[in-house]
Structure formats: structure tokens, C-alpha cells
Write a protein that binds this ligand. Structure first.
Ligand code: HEM
Length: 216
């Protein structure tokens, strides 16, 4: 499947899930679909694309999937900042101020996207030659921190709701839980796998093609 088809499929599935959970089984008014509810689908799609990129089940597509995940992350951030207020996210606030767990969640989100800039820049043609293989691979691998911070971002935001399945709309798990699990899959697979062999010293030579595990 091409990266664009993967993007469309994932956005369709996450949008259907969000609509079912929040409009059909929940009581969120349909007027909130364009920004509030689709933001949930877009953020979950962003982490899914990044997870697929780091799972590397389709190596040639991994770079494109990662870049699409980066773009959707930006869309999610813009949408979130335009919504961020007690009117939309009452549970994030104590009076006019953010609670500690909401602050921690947002800090983790900011950390996730700042670090995501490294693998994002590493995909630009010519950057590998500039950085040299060793640093280029480190920048690619920084995406694992993005996945870990995204898991923390979702967990700080939603863990309380995970503990009360009886209250899940339509019995559907919260997207914070699904987003956390999505982010954790590549991390668990990476750390349960055999340790990677160290890079040969010659890989540090700028412009030289590196070992097979480059980027992961
Ligand atoms: C500056 C950085 C970020 C900010 C300000 C931010 C903000 C938010 C906010 C306000 C929510 C709550 C949405 C809701 O409940 O409707 C949220 C949820 C979420 N965010 Fe972020 N986010 C950031 C970065 C990221 C990144 C980089 C990712 C993934 C790559 C991500 C993935 C998610 C996911 C999966 C959810 C759960 C959606 C839900 O349950 O509704 N976020 N974020």
C-alpha cells in the first residue's frame, strides 16, 4: 500500500472511531466534529503513522509515513491550541489554570514534537552527507523518544478514564489509551529485539552508505 493510501485508510478508520465514540455513543454535539472531534482522529493518526514508520514493516515507505506523521502532528498542535480552554477541556483545568497532570501532558507533547524535528530534518536530501552516518542514524532514532513522550502525553491526559471501562461510550476505549498503546508497540518491539550491532567506525564518514539498520 502506498503511503498516501495508508494515510487515507488510517484517517478514515480513526475518524469513524471518533465519530462513533463521541457523537453516536457519546453526547458531543455534531457542531464539534470539524475541530474538536477530528482533532482526536488526526492526533491518533499522527501517532499511528509514526509508529508504522518505526515498525518499518514497509521499509521504502517508512520515510514518507514518518513525514506524514510529522505533518499530522503539526495539524494536531494547531487544532489543539485553538481549542485549549476550560470550555473544551474542563478536566485539564483547576479554575483558570492547568492542573499538574495537564501541564505534564502538554510538556510531554511539546517534547515529543521538538524531538520529532530531528528525524524530520534527517529526511531532507543532503542532510545525511552533512551529518555523517553515525549522527544521521542518531537523529533518526530520536523518533523513539517522540513515541515514548507521546505515550506519556496521552497517559497523563487520560489515565483516569482508562480505569473506568463501564463509563466508556459504547464500550469503546478512550483514544488516549489507544494512542498510548500505538506509541508503545514499536518501542516494545525494539527493546524486546536482539541488541543491534554497534556501527562500524567507518560509518562515521560523511556520505558513506551505512548499515542495514540505519534509522532504527
Ligand atoms: C505542542 C505539542 C502538543 C500539544 C499542545 C498537544 C495537545 C493535545 C491536546 C489538547 C489533547 C487533548 C485532545 C482531546 O482530548 O480532545 C491531545 C491529545 C492527544 N495528542 Fe497531543 N499535543 C501535542 C503533541 C502531540 C504529538 C506530537 C502527538 C503524536 C505524534 C500527539 C498525539 C496526541 C494523541 C494521540 C492524543 C489523544 C487524543 C484524544 O484522546 O482525544 N500530541 N494533545
Amino acid at each position: 500500500m502506498t503511503p498516501s493510501a495508508t494515510l487515507i485508510l488510517i484517517l478514515t478508520l480513526t475518524s469513524c472511531y471518533s465519530i462513533l465514540r463521541y457523537h453516536v455513543f457519546g453526547d458531543v454535539p455534531w457542531a464539534q466534529l470539524p475541530l474538536y472531534v477530528l482533532n482526536k482522529a488526526i492526533s491518533w493518526s499522527a501517532v499511528t503513522l509514526l509508529a508504522l514508520a518505526y515498525l518499518r514493516w514497509n521499509k521504502p515507505a517508512a520515510r514518507h509515513l514518518g513525514v506524514l506523521g510529522l505533518f499530522l502532528s503539526f495539524a494536531h498542535i494547531l487544532m489543539s491550541f485553538s481549542l485549549l480552554s476550560p470550555a473544551y477541556y474542563a478536566k485539564f483545568y483547576s479554575g483558570p489554570q492547568l492542573t499538574a497532570s495537564a501541564g505534564a501532558a502538554l510538556l510531554a507533547g511539546v517534547g515529543a514534537v521538538v524531538i520529532l524535528a530531528l528525524p524530520g530534518i534527517a529526511t531532507v536530501p543532503g542532510v545525511r552527507t552533512e551529518l555523517g552516518d553515525v549522527r544521521w542514524i542518531r537523529w533518526q532514532r530520536a523518533g523513539y523518544w517522540t513515541l515514548a513522550l507521546t505515550a506519556a502525553h496521552c497517559a497523563f491526559m487520560g489515565w483516569q478514564g482508562w480505569l473506568t471501562p463501564a463509563k466508556w461510550q459504547g464500550g469503546l476505549p478512550p483514544i488516549t489509551l489507544l494512542g498510548t498503546l500505538t506509541a508503545l508497540v514499536p518501542l516494545l518491539l525494539k527493546f524486546s529485539a536482539r541488541p543491534e550491532r554497534p556501527l562500524p567506525a567507518s560509518a562515521a564518514t560523511p556520505g558513506r552508505s551505512s548499515n542495514k539498520s540505519a534509522g532504527k
